[in-house]
Design a protein around this ligand. Structure first.
Ligand SMILES: Nc1ncnc2c1ncn2[C@@H]1O[C@H](COP(=O)(O)OP(=O)(O)OP(=O)(O)O)[C@@H](O)[C@H]1O
Length: 218
């Protein structure tokens, strides 16, 4: 998926007055690109990810995703975009407690109309949760929950994956394996990966790094 952000601006009203978080972001991502988004705490990384995810609207600017501006979509258009085109890996896993691991992994794929049990099983194996398919989220460790959440996102074959510290709860070996999987899938399917990380080691493994400073890409 090809992404083009143009002059993206976002402010928040706070008790201390207006806070200009993004002051004109320009960024281009090609199909299959993997890009690390870095910047100090509070620099606006999550704000940017939320805008591209269609979870919030910019004050100004364009968010061109596959040739159309998702910031101009109405609520139902943005919901359809989130359901079918974008995959989120955020720090809250939001697994569904009443569904077992297999059903959690299948959940978004079903919503997106791309349910494929063979692919879901393969992902579960590659993520090291293949023996846990009949367990429920509360019966998993935090790192296992994180891997299930990543499986759920990738199972839907999104054209764009937005990830916020996706390996933050994993030990080094598991974190490396999960990142390998995300990168190989991105390359194999042409899906684009934008990943927030504080880890330089992780950022170094991606195609490119962009740094947010004072509301702009530095
Ligand atoms: N809903 C909101 N209302 C007011 N201010 C907000 C809101 N959301 C975020 N902010 C402020 O906007 C700035 C950017 O926040 P954001 O979460 O995007 O930063 P970040 O770079 O992701 O930080 P971190 O690395 O700590 O997660 C911060 O100063 C934050 O306090």
């Amino acid at each position: 998926m090809v992404i083009a952000l143009r002059n993206l601006c976002k402010s928040y009203e706070t008790a201390e007055g207006r806070l200009d978080v993004l002051r004109g972001i320009d960024l281009d991502l090609g199909a299959g690109d993997s890009v690390a988004l870095t910047g100090e705490s509070g620099s606006g990384k999550s704000t940017l990810l939320h805008l591209v995810a269609g979870l919030d609207r910019p004050d100004a600017g364009e968010i061109m995703i596959g040739g159309r501006d998702i910031s101009k979509l109405d609520d139902s258009g943005r919901a359809a975009y989130r359901r079918t085109e974008v995959g989120l890996v955020f720090q809250q896993f939001n697994l569904i407690p009443s569904l077992d691991v297999a059903a959690n992994i299948a959940f978004h794929a079903k919503l997106a109309g791309r349910h494929d049990p063979t692919w879901e099983n393969e992902l579960a194996e590659r993520l090291g949760v293949g023996t846990l398919l009949t367990r429920y989220p509360e019966q998993l460790s935090t790192g296992q929950q994180q891997r299930v959440a990543i499986g759920r996102t990738l199972a839907a074959r999104p054209g764009l994956v937005l990830a916020d510290e996706p390996t933050g709860n994993l030990d080094e070996a598991n974190g490396d394996a999960v990142l390998d999987l995300m990168l190989s899938l991105a390359k194999g399917t042409g899906s684009t990966l934008l990943m927030v990380t504080h880890s330089q080691k992780l950022a170094d493994r991606l195609d490119r790094q962009v740094h947010l400073r004072s509301g702009k890409i530095a």
